[in-house]
Design a protein around this ligand. Structure first.
Ligand code: ATP
Length: 506
């Protein structure tokens, strides 16, 4: 296991502080014990508790109960008898909380200096679900991250569980479960399996929904990614035929990765979809995941920003690692321009620039099966490096829907709500009166009209209801005015590929 080797290697090389970033505290602690090589392990708790475990004899020399009131006091007590720390490990759990105490930070720094100078053979090992490194300790700390389990490892956990509890499970269900568990830790998988068995004593396909729901919760709790349920399909998108055809071709590759690779096909990296608000960019990201038959994970770059140095990049790495562990998946990076606006310009934020650098490198070197769908409204705010070849497989421009596209969008949204009324609606009339409307505007108008018809005690939706709703609405073109024309000019200048087959104006 890579993390175990890393701990051992860094410790032997005399690195003063290792920071293990994980939710699996018990697992990390166990790994440290396994590599301790007869070193004593001193524990400091958030409450100022202190204990000493003798790994040579597998006993507690000092049970972890003594209280010093604060971790800083407990650390001072230990440093007071520095000899006792010789050839030992000092373990600090919930380090992100301990580091809020300035006394603890200065005590740990004092130790780090001694370890760094060779005066003391010791290693401070911090375990925490969150990376927060005070400036004073930064140059002494090495951040280590847990690796996610591979598909085969997960499969054996499921098999072991079934065997241990005498539950029968078919090979194909084991495989489906192993796929569904990707991105979760061994403890989380065990807990979920126990939960799945608890209701009826069996592991069945019905338990996949429970696994999916719980996994959604766990990913959400990690605070770096969100798992979005797949509802919309490619048929819910009106128009954007070129983009849809392009996605269908990628779907063939993603659904048969091994075959495609063997044939010499490059691994798809992802797509940037930019353009007018409300014209189906997010819808396309969602429909892509459904088409590829893979989970959809949303990455909000704004949420990755942390207050400590290095925290944002660490969060980014974590998000990418998690997405790659869950892959094949679609990683949807929403509002890309908001995250990376102003980079390179004077006053551009340093953390954002570093994060942007990490994103570029990852996109450039990416070989995994996390397919990125990035969406942006205003491409002019994006740094030009992002638009160069090699980052995305393609960049599409999504403009206002043309006549034939609005027809399809109207049919989709009327069809979703009032399919029985569709044959009697004069779609041609609606197409003409919705020039300059986005897909979202059209959806809004249809939804408004349906409500008006219901509230007016009519038994069906009519063309007039929709016309009335249109008359009471301001379209995106009216709202954005000349900004929309400027945007269109910019896209033309950059010669971006149009997502839509239809030529000409709307
Ligand atoms: P924003 O930039 O504001 O996030 P967006 O381009 O991502 O906008 P979407 O979220 O995809 O817009 O669209 C909002 C809603 O409008 C969709 O959920 C869908 O119901 C409707 N819509 C937009 N475009 C289309 C379309 N081409 N076909 C069908 N419905 C559409």
């Amino acid at each position: 296991m890579a993390l175990k080797d890393d701990i051992s290697r860094y410790m032997d090389a005399g690195f003063p502080i290792l920071y293990i970033n994980t939710y699996e505290e018990a697992d990390a602690e166990e790994l440290v014990r396994q590599v301790a090589d007869r070193r004593k392990i001193y524990y400091i708790s958030v409450a100022g508790g202190y204990g000493c475990f003798d790994t040579g004899n597998n006993v507690w020399n000092v049970p972890p109960t003594r209280e010093f009131g604060s971790p800083g006091n407990a650390l001072d007590f230990l440093i007071g008898d520095i000899q006792s720390l010789e050839r030992s490990i000092l373990m600090i759990k919930d380090a992100h909380i301990v580091f809020e105490d300035t006394n603890s930070v200065s005590a740990i720094k004092e130790l780090a200096v001694k370890i760094g100078s060779g005066e003391l053979e010791c290693c401070v090992i911090c375990i925490s679900p969150k990376v927060s490194v005070p400036l004073e300790l930064e140059k002494y700390i090495t951040i280590l991250e847990t690796d996610y389990l591979e598909y085969d490892e997960i499969k054996s956990i499921v098999e072991r569980f079934a065997h241990k509890y005498g539950v029968s499970i078919t090979e194909s269900l084991t495989e489906e479960m192993a796929m569904a568990f990707k991105g979760l830790s061994a403890t989380e998988i065990d807990n979920l399996l126990a939960l799945a068995v608890a209701d009826d004593g069996e592991l069945t396909r019905g338990d996949l929904k429970l696994i999916f729901d719980q996994k959604k919760q766990m990913i959400l709790k990690s605070g770096i990614l969100e798992m979005i349920p797949l509802k919309e399909s490619i048929d819910d998108i009106g128009g954007l035929e070129i983009l849809k055809d392009w996605l269908k071709q990628k779907a063939k590759v993603i659904k048969n990765i091994n075959g495609a690779k063997a044939f010499g096909v490059d691994m798809p990296k992802g797509v940037l979809i930019a353009g007018v608000p409300g014209c189906g960019k997010s819808l396309s990201a969602k429909a892509a995941a459904k088409l590829f038959e893979v989970p959809l994970l949303r990455l909000d770059i704004g949420k990755l920003m942390g207050k400590y140095l290095g925290e944002s990049e660490a969060n980014f790495r974590k998000a990418i690692k998690l997405a790659e562990a869950i892959s094949p998946c679609v990683l949807w990076v929403d509002e890309l321009e908001k995250a990376f606006a102003g980079i390179g310009s004077e006053g551009g934020h340093e953390v954002t620039s570093r994060l942007f650098g990490s994103f570029l490198t990852w996109m450039q070197e990416k070989t995994g099966t996390a397919f990125v769908v990035a969406t942006a409204n205003d491409i002019t705010k994006l740094p030009p490096e992002l638009l160069r070849k090699g980052r995305f497989d393609e960049i599409f421009y999504v403009g206002l829907p043309k006549d034939t596209e609005r027809r399809k969008i109207l049919e989709i949204h009327i069809g979703k709500r009032r399919p029985m009324d569709l044959p009697e609606i004069d779609i041609g009339k609606l197409v003409s009166s919705t020039k300059g409307y986005s897909g979202a505007d059209i959806e809004g108008v249809v939804s408004e009209a349906v409500e008006m018809a219901f509230a007016g005690d009519r038994d069906k939706l009519s063309t007039d209801d929709i016309v009335e709703a249109i008359n009471g609405t301001n379209s995106i073109s009216e709202i954005m005015g000349e900004n929309l024309d400027k945007m269109k000019d910019e896209y033309k200048k950059r010669r971006l590929k149009s997502a839509s087959k239809e030529k000409g104006g709307y």
